[in-house]
Design a protein around this ligand. Structure first.
Ligand code: EUG
Length: 610
């Protein structure tokens, strides 16, 4: 799409909408958006060739009369039919109707309608309605789970519940206990702004992912990652409120929230009895309407550092240095070890700026261009942050320096030599709780840039890093796709994140991307590695790798699903969990399909026909 810079509308800010950008980041958003739009070769508007996507198991007239009934309950303006065309957009102005980075056609993971509840009672009404009419519903908070399917439902024609639009209050920020309570529509940007506005910014930090536009609640439920010592979001949440998917749509509070009059819902996650929270993360067992989160005290200072290493085969040595330091908390945060290609790509320019050949860009080209950047040439870069007052940091930084310098050719980059717009400073902001908008830039690597992540978990060990690196290299080479991995180092494990960047208008490339992803998932499973999170299209395959003892875990998940959601209306297929009415009907995606649907759904349990 050729749009001149001046014709691109301004990104909405947090003053305009819950999903907006903080005003301080508006210039960055304007720049990021113009780069993304410069890379689009097709219109943002996608006509629905197949018309209104009606979910399986219901006729069009019955569906439309059910929608009319829902409009009656919630107000006509709160239910929007998705029957005209869909809009793609970009990270900050993303669709809530479909996956804008589709691996299959844009009309596969797509909603029939979007509904905007304004309260927990509205969510209950929607769940009861879905049970009555057997219509699949799929909740989103912000829908910015890009790289894993965004806002899209797994089942074609499910009704998206956009929780964020009207349920976006920060219900509490407690400066004594360092906790907060949020609704689904609160973004990392919004929470950060509110803490500053209340004058608490010097006192407490939030933990933020690479991009700050996601929902705090949604990201945490998906077990997303940030980069301060509080980077494991799920580990530091406390308390959920959940609307259950059964016909009664009961509301549940977990942990201390189950005790009327409690005063520790956000301070003690467990309460009494079985700890239920886990089954509401990466699942389809309930609609989470509130979540408690703990906040980090300002550590009294911080300092980011960067080491670069010239040799590809130093990977193993680096990891074996990182592991003990990380477990001992000398390396304190979820840091990233990044490959140089990603550092080149995050400069935001299309790959054609550097090279216009087919297939993988030669490594020599990457190194040639890195020579002309402020950091200079390297293969691996470690971005970390040390916390506390200077005398506390000094001890840790000396150990880190001594250890990293054991790697041949290691260089510590002096931050004072780096210009203000260098990527290092984005990592510095993120590792100190200030959300940013820079990471997106590598999506521009390809025209109509889309991305899907391969995200396996491994021990922080040289042998494991090498095995994963080798298998990713092999699959990327076969697929002719550039490899840009980042290892995100947790406390006793690492999340390898390999984002495949592809042109979503290039059918051949989409198929190569899919094959590359599926090969890596299978190859990794054979070596004992599993993904921590995955895209909608890959959920069945990934769930299938967690099959110890004759699929005992999926059998357990199915038991829970059948008990909690007997009509199978809530997000069918999410994380590979299919309701009984969908099972044994070929809904699972195994690879190479062009359709995402199976062969119908069974009638209501106990009924013989629909
Ligand atoms: C990133 C990180 C993730 C993820 C997807 C993308 C960003 C990488 C640590 O988790 O799941 C640069």
């Amino acid at each position: 799409m050729t749009m001149s810079k001046s014709s691109i509308p301004q990104t909405p800010t947090l003053r305009d909408t819950h999903s907006g950008i903080p005003s301080r980041l508006l210039p960055k958003a304007t720049n990021a958006k113009s780069l993304i739009y410069a890379g689009k070769t097709v219109s943002d508007t996608v006509p629905l060739r197949r018309g209104l996507p009606i979910p399986q198991g219901i006729s069009k007239p019955t569906f439309l009369s059910a929608v009319a009934e829902l409009k009656e309950s919630l107000g006509a303006e709160q239910v929007i039919l998705n029957d005209k065309e869909v809009q793609n957009g970009w990270y900050m102005e993303h669709p809530n109707t479909h996956d804008m980075m589709p691996l299959l056609s844009a009309e596969e993971f797509i909603a029939s309608a979007v509904v905007y509840p304004g309260s927990v009672a509205d969510v209950q009404t929607i769940v009861q309605w879905a049970n009555k009419h057997l219509i699949p519903i799929s909740p989103i908070s912000l829908g910015r789970n890009l790289g894993y399917g965004g806002s899209a439902p797994r089942v074609r024609g499910a009704v998206t519940i956009d929780l964020g639009k009207r349920m976006n209050r920060i219900l509490d920020i407690n400066p004594d206990d360092y906790t907060c309570l949020v609704e689904p529509g609160v973004t990392f940007y919004a929470l950060h702004e509110e803490i500053q506005r209340r004058g608490l910014g010097d006192k407490m930090w939030i933990d933020v992912p690479d991009l700050g536009g996601g929902s705090v609640l949604g990201n945490t439920l998906d077990r997303g990652v940030g980069y301060t010592p509080y980077g494991d979001h799920w580990a530091v949440h406390s308390g959920l409120e959940v609307v259950l998917p059964g016909p009664e749509a009961r509301v549940l509070r977990t942990g201390m929230g189950a005790l009327p009059g409690e005063n520790t819902w956000q301070s003690f996650p467990y309460g009494f009895g079985p700890f239920s929270d886990g089954i509401f993360s990466q699942s389809n067992f309930g609609v989470v309407t509130k979540m408690g989160m703990t906040l980090m005290p300002n550590p009294g200072g911080y300092e980011s550092f960067m080491y670069v290493f010239p040799n590809e085969d130093s990977l193993a040595q680096i990891m074996d240095i990182v592991r003990p330091l990380r477990i001992q908390n000398i390396l304190e945060n979820v840091a990233q070890l990044r490959h140089c290609l990603q550092t080149l790509a995050v400069r935001g320019q299309p790959r054609t700026k550097y090279w216009d050949g087919e297939g993988q860009m030669p490594e020599s080209v990457v190194h040639e261009h890195l020579k002309n950047t402020p950091v200079g040439d390297f293969t691996w870069a470690y971005y970390g942050t040390s916390y506390g007052p200077e005398f506390v940091r000094k001890h840790k930084l000396e150990i880190i320096d001594r250890e990293f310098k054991r790697v041949p050719g290691a260089r510590r980059i002096d931050p004072s030599t780096l210009p203000a717009d260098e990527y290092f400073w984005s990592r510095d902001r993120i590792a100190s709780g200030t959300p940013d908008l820079v990471e997106l830039a590598w999506v521009n690597w390809m025209p109509n840039g889309s991305h899907i992540a391969f995200s396996p978990i491994a021990p922080i060990r040289g042998t494991d890093a090498t095995k994963l690196w080798d298998l990713a290299k092999k699959s990327h080479k076969e697929a002719g796709i550039d490899l840009m991995p980042a290892f995100c180092v947790g406390l006793r494990e690492m999340h390898l994140i390999v984002e495949i960047v592809f042109d979503n208008t290039d059918e051949g490339m989409r198929r190569r991307a899919e094959k590359c992803l599926r090969d890596m998932i299978d190859d990794a499973a054979k070596l004992g590695y599993g993904e921590y999170r995955t895209h909608l299209a890959l959920m069945d395959q990934v769930a299938g790798t967690y099959n110890w003892n004759d699929n005992a875990l999926m059998k357990f998940n199915n038991d829970l699903k059948d008990a909690l959601d007997p009509n199978g209306i809530l997000a069918p297929g999410r994380c590979g969990i299919w309701p009984k009415r969908y099972r044994n009907r070929d809904w699972e995606l195994k690879g190479g399909e062009t359709r995402s649907e199976g062969n119908g759904v069974a009638p209501r349990i106990g009924e013989t026909k629909i």
